[in-house]
Design a binder for this molecule. Sequence first.
Ligand code: PLP
Length: 394
Amino acid sequence: MPVLSKIRLLTPGPTDVPPAVLLEMAQPIIHHRTQQFQDIFAELSQRLQRVFRTSEPVLTLAGSGTTAFEAAQINLVKPGSKVLTIAGGKFGERWQDIYDTYAPTLGITENIKLNVPWGEAVSAQQVEEVLKANPDISVVVLVNSETSTATASDVKAIAAVVSKTDALLLVDGITSVGTMPVEMDAWGIDVLVTGSQKALMLPPGLGFVGLGKRAQQRLKEVKPTGYYNLDLRKWLKSWANQDVPFTPPVSLIRGQRVALEMIETEGLENVWARSNALATASRTAFTAMGLELISKSPSDSVTGAYYPEGVTDKALRNGTRDNHNVHIAGGQDGRGASWKGKIFRISNMGYVDAGDTLAALLAIEMELIACGCKIKPGTAVAAAGEIFAKPLAV
Ligand SMILES: *Cc1c(COP(=O)(O)O)cnc(C)c1O
């Protein structure tokens, strides 16, 4: 490992945590049935509502993003109805698996799987066609930013289609909330979910569920069957009293309040613009080095490229880690594709700035050159520099 080198965690989750947040989490533990905790929790909830762009409740669950999304999925299905699960990557496929697992318990008559090739986004028209042919769909599941493929979907257009039907739209915003514009209320998203360890600058451990009006209504209509801790009715009831039903991870909640304060001090739109600049810079730099991007509809939260001929996953990622302290991610395998060993990804989310991105790009370039790629030294940094020289797109 290089001496006197700063560790840069540029994996698309978990992401780096700011020192102010780490210090807040080192505070002594407080009891949660106290006014002190309720004040912290109330402030956190209000900040979450502003980051989700909603005036409706945003619940804070103990668990990872998957816990929060699983809760959203299982609470909102009408017994005896169909669900529509859209996938073009690892996470969309996970949500399909969750409904397969719960189908008998929840009384799901069919899990309609709308699959698009990895690296591509579903169109609103495709969703509309399935909804028209199946008026008995009660839930539609969509990933906004498919982290495994660095691909963004058009949530606004799809929400416009779904909100005309009785189906609820559940959006996995786990790497979009806090990175890219997502307007829960204005776009008519029924349920929006994220986790603490991606764009929200916290360690893993909290999951957030924003519940729109139609989703709250559905909770009243559907009886909970086959789950207890994840019963969102319990969480919603407590939330109304600035409380949680079970012992919360107090330190994480304290830390998340501080992290959201940092986001709001910078300004959410400025955070989006920063992530967009980092994403544009990394995409431009990858392309300048002759790499092919993995997505036809790129997300700003993560940037991915295929390995060129002769470069192995081990050589590049061990090289960036051991020689430069830059930690990046590889690819994942799923039903739609096998990308392990074929692609790599870097994050543009959360506590990351131009210096971090430039350091990562330089490390990647140096290791690619070491692997025999014909790249003129400085190509990546020069390409990124052109982007950073432009004003931010606020
Ligand atoms: C990370 C991620 C998840 C899973 O979240 P966990 O916190 O790992 O459970 C789901 N969806 C997307 C898009 C993600 O990036």
